[in-house]
Design a protein around this ligand. Structure first.
Ligand SMILES: [Zn+2]
Ligand SMILES: [Zn+2]
Length: 233
């Protein structure tokens, strides 16, 4: 019988051989652009996977707890294989560019956090980058020339930052983590108003009828660029 190799195999091989450039390329495929923070996520993820000497099949055997939802997190998702969709990615809304990667079996883990001085030190290495970042990303009022310059400089920085020593950018700490239980599979209930299927714990009773949060006009948890908040349709 033919054994189908997992499409993750090349990524596992890149982790083992310290091929950060190829891992960064993989991250670009989902992140959409290259930037210093996605680079750092790739480096942190690669370090953690190698440190724990583990692979990932997306079955929650290895779990990544991220403390931010920024570019860093996409590097983590690609390299660790812990994603939003396979429940091996846990988001703690702490506003820190940090991750803990841990093994479910024994809770052994490693936490990597970006040093507070890293950003200033990084911008000092590329004097044009700070003002450009401010205009293009923060103020959103850059000229086309400035945009063009930025979109060349930013990926170049992502590549260069890959080669710098990890300890310069991140603190590394071995930790023991108490992980939440495996994701539960809930029954699906059909909303009495819109007819769509809804995971049971998200159903409200309206006049005795099962109703989704949208039709019920109820608040729900919402993760946006501002972090976790309350949404309402
Ligand atoms: Zn980015
Ligand atoms: Zn509904």
């Amino acid at each position: 019988m033919h054994e189908f190799a997992s499409a993750r195999q090349p990524i596992e091989a890149m982790i083992k051989s310290d091929d950060l450039e190829c891992l960064l390329k993989q991250a670009e495929a989902i992140h959409g652009h290259l930037c210093p923070m996605v680079s750092l996520g790739v480096k942190a993820g690669q370090y953690a996977m190698k440190f724990l000497d583990t692979g990932s099949t997306g079955m929650e055997e290895v779990v990544a707890v991220v403390e931010c939802n920024n570019c860093f997190t996409d590097g983590i998702q690609v390299v660790t294989g812990c994603t939003f969709g396979n429940n091996a990615l846990i988001f703690r809304d702490l506003g820190k560019t940090a991750v803990t990667v841990a093994l479910r079996g024994n809770g052994r883990g490693v936490r990597l956090a970006v040093r507070p001085q890293y950003r200033d030190e990084m911008f000092a290495r590329y004097p044009a980058a700070g003002p450009l970042f401010d205009k293009v990303v923060v103020q959103r009022n850059a000229t086309p020339e400035e945009e063009h310059h930025f979109h060349h400089l930013w990926p170049a920085m992502a590549h260069k930052e890959l080669d710098r020593p990890l300890e310069e950018a991140l603190t590394i700490q071995e930790v023991s983590l108490k992980l939440p239980p495996f994701a539960r599979i809930f029954p699906t209930v059909v909303c009495s108003q819109c007819g769509e299927g809804v995971m049971e714990p998200r159903v409200r009773l309206v006049k005795g009828q099962p109703t989704c949060l949208t039709c019920a006009g109820a608040e729900f948890g919402e993760l946006t660029g501002q972090g976790i908040g309350c949404g309402r349709s």
